[in-house]
Design a protein around this ligand. Structure first.
Ligand code: ADP
Ligand code: MG
Length: 331
């Protein structure tokens, strides 16, 4: 069944168009990530789905029902924000219970749902604590738990990991993926972080300036981007771009990913090493080729290249992407 259907959604604030003609269908149980640079309209689109903003034009349907005129509390959604938005004077249990009490759920139902969510999110030891007595990661798990107990049709996450440090971000990311597997629920997740998008999504929606650039599975988008923007946005370090003629191509621009470049004696491009990043498991090597462009190579493992070394950079023709002057993909 279709969990969410957006048809021709537009949103303006005064004269400023923030969302332009967005149409998208999300199937039940899917994990869909909206990704794009800051300011591209991700949160606004999520808020339109939640009913926290009205669309200027277009239709929002949840589980087959048009909800444009249905208030947020009646849409069957639960939202998790970057800032947790917990009540400081309530315990973890109190925070998780509040929405259910407001819905008028019976006491034993509330208790059972909190117990189940606390178990799933490893919050059992903290149920009687207040938010101030928890770490950032624990607070965010409470915010997620508060959404879980509502048993919504649709989970909406807005950059839930952005306030966490790198190690905790990875742990919490895995917990969210795990939660999605266990619940089989439909989730829509907003982030500016391409790694979160790549690792969590069944399907990624890439947004730029309020427009959908491409929709597809992480590997479809990585391997087959429709344009330069998507090609450059997904992948870290990001794709190298250089004038097509440098690689002997008629196209305006050519792109090649850092992992598809290598240093080898028979390499096609003469270059000088300008910078080396030793990451332990990987080595990023920056080189300047004869035409002046800087390329980034991502080499697996540890390598002894040093700044100033003369090297030859090799690549396979089939790994080269070609773009026209408007950034559309040619090949
Ligand atoms: N209430 C508002 N009034 C006016 N402009 C807004 C409002 N909310 C968001 N915007 C503008 O809409 C654009 C998209 O914002 P947002 O959806 O928050 O982007 P993102 O979440 O992708 O960073 C931004 O340019 C922002 O300044
Ligand atoms: Mg946002």
């Amino acid at each position: 069944m279709t969990a969410l259907n957006l048809s021709n959604i537009c949103k303006s604030f005064g004269k400023v168009e923030v969302l332009r003609d967005i149409s998208l269908t999300v199937e039940e149980g899917e994990f869909v990530v909206f990704v794009g640079p800051s300011g591209c309209g991700k949160s606004t689109l999520l808020r339109v789905i939640a009913g926290l903003e009205d669309a200027t034009a277009g239709t929002v349907e949840i589980a087959g029902e048009r909800v444009n005129d249905v208030p947020p509390a009646k849409r069957g959604i639960a939202m998790v924000f970057q800032t947790y938005a917990l009540y400081p004077h309530l315990t973890v249990r109190g925070n998780m219970a509040l929405g259910l009490k407001q819905e008028g759920q019976a006491k034993d139902v509330i208790e059972a749902r909190i117990a189940e969510a606390a178990r799933m999110l490893h919050l059992e030891p903290y149920l009687e604590r207040r938010p101030a007595e928890l770490s950032g990661g624990q607070r965010q798990r409470v915010a997620i738990g508060r959404a879980v107990v509502r048993e919504p049709e649709l989970f909406l996450f807005d950059e839930p990991l952005s306030n966490l440090d790198a190690a905790l971000r990875m742990n919490t990311r895995i917990e969210i993926a795990d939660l999605h597997r266990k619940l089989g629920a439909t989730m829509i997740y907003v982030t500016h972080d391409q790694i979160e998008a790549m690792t969590l999504a069944d399907r990624i929606v890439v947004l730029r300036n309020g427009i959908v650039e491409q929709v597809g599975s992480p590997m479809e988008l990585y391997n087959d981007p429709v344009n330069r923007f998507v090609a450059g946005f997904l992948g870290a370090p990001s794709m190298n771009f250089l004038p097509g003629h440098v690689l002997g191509k008629a196209a305006e621009e050519a792109g090649i990913r850092p992992e598809n470049l290598r240093i080898e004696e028979s390499g096609q491009l003469a270059a000088e090493v300008t910078h080396v990043e030793h990451l332990g498991g990987d080595t990023n090597v920056l080189v300047r080729i004869e035409s002046g462009e800087i390329l980034t190579l991502r080499l697996f493992g540890q390598h002894a290249h040093a700044v100033g070394d003369s090297v030859q950079v090799g690549f396979d023709e089939r790994d080269v992407y070609l773009f026209d002057k408007d950034g559309a993909r040619l090949r």
